[in-house]
Write a protein that binds this ligand. Structure first.
Ligand code: GDP
Length: 364
């Protein structure tokens, strides 16, 4: 999966993620090194270059596309006079901003603490709640390691985090039981479930809205939807389905985050049909779709019947160049302009109906 992506692609995605988190990106930098420097990740020259840039531009935050060790992070912050975070912290921060349901919030906090616990240094850390809006809630700053008391503080912090983790897991268990109950009730309705999946920013929320006229938050940002939202939709032929919107997939979503969001993705596992949204105007459309498939495979949901909405066709100068035969049951649409939605609804109805064929009993 990762080999499909160049470092530039990854950096571009990081930039989009940073924007989603509310940052204004003033520059990007790539360094080719055989091994990261153990002390500062970047080589000495690059650190100096960045420090000079900081003098010039006065940026407040540097985001690394890789995971940093706690000491690398600390050293870099000192050298650069700016806050330093890594990709995982950024993604967690975005999740925190967008978590809306109780389950979503519990999951995000759990993932944040699980990520932080082994990385705690003696500097003390606040048990930060999901500070909406703040980039990288990691306890940066604060008291810088006074050694003796620092160790005591570290022990306390670790214990507090472990206690909180246990509490969170218990609460999540409760919420999940509730969810199973809801699912059973819903299953009793025997309404087929269609889950909208796709790469982040592909247009899932927009399409979900267009198909269900639901009032779901739509943003020109990644991760506009974190918690699944479900609406009843009537398809042609009076076929009723439950349409459910899911969290966007991204490249290199750390596995530990996938695990933390399992309950969100359980909607996908339970679905009868998947509606994949692909942004065909994106230069990496194929790779993005591959990433989605990767995640679906992990969930053992990749063999479910699927309809593909080839979205944002309005942005293509030459829409005829799009080859629908590359994707299963593909329909070309513009969710924003409402193009192709009737054809999509027809296709969905057809695929759903195929799923619902009653078993024929052959009597010899
Ligand atoms: P999600 O992250 O997959 O839920 O994506 P959103 O539905 O939030 O859409 C991301 C951005 O793409 C928003 O700015 C939408 O307005 C835009 N968008 C969605 N569908 C279309 C489309 O068909 N055409 C164009 N031009 N933009 C679209």
């Amino acid at each position: 999966q990762e080999t499909l992506w160049s470092a530039e692609d990854s950096l571009n995605e990081l930039e989009a993620l940073a924007r989603t988190a509310g940052a204004e990106v003033v520059g990007k930098m790539l360094q080719h090194l055989r091994h990261p420097d153990p002390a500062t990740y970047l080589g000495k020259g690059k650190v100096q270059e960045l420090a000079a840039l900081e003098q010039e531009l006065g940026f407040e935050l540097v985001i690394f596309d890789d995971e940093l060790s706690p000491s690398q992070q600390r050293n870099l912050e000192k050298a650069l006079n700016a806050r330093v975070i890594d990709r995982t912290t950024l993604i967690l921060d975005i999740f925190a901003q967008h978590a809306r349901t109780r389950e979503g919030r519990l999951q995000v906090e759990l993932a944040q603490l699980e990520y932080r616990l082994p990385r705690l240094s003696g500097r003390g850390i606040e048990l930060s709640q999901q500070a909406g809006g703040s980039l990288g809630a990691a306890g940066v700053g604060g008291a810088i390691g006074v050694r003796g008391p620092g160790e005591t503080r570290l022990e306390i912090d670790r214990r507090r985090i472990r206690n909180r983790l246990a509490e969170l897991r218990r609460e999540l268990e409760e919420v999940r039981e509730q969810r199973t109950l809801h699912r059973r009730q819903r299953a009793a309705l025997t309404m087929p479930v269609v889950a909208v999946v796709g790469y982040t920013n592909a247009g899932k929320s927009t399409l979900f809205n267009a198909l269900s006229q639901a009032d779901v938050l739509v943003e020109n940002k990644l991760f506009a939807t974190l918690d699944p939202t479900t609406r009843r939709v009537v398809l042609p032929g009076n076929q009723e389905v439950l349409l459910t919107d899911t969290v966007g997939f991204i490249q290199r979503l750390p596995t530990r985050l996938v695990a933390a969001f399992r309950a969100t993705l359980e909607e996908v596992v339970d679905a009868d049909v998947l509606l994949e949204v692909v942004d065909v105007s994106h230069e990496n459309a194929i790779e993005q779709s591959e990433t989605v498939n990767e995640v679906l495979r992990e969930l053992e949901a990749h063999e479910k019947p699927r309809v593909t909405a080839l979205n944002k066709i309005d942005l293509l100068p030459d829409p005829d160049r799009v080859d629908p035969s590359l994707y299963p049951n593909a329909v070309v649409v513009s969710a924003l302009r409402g193009w192709g939605l009737e054809a999509l609804r027809e296709k969905l109805a057809q695929v759903v109906a195929e799923q619902m064929v009653p078993l024929q009993v052959l009597v010899p």
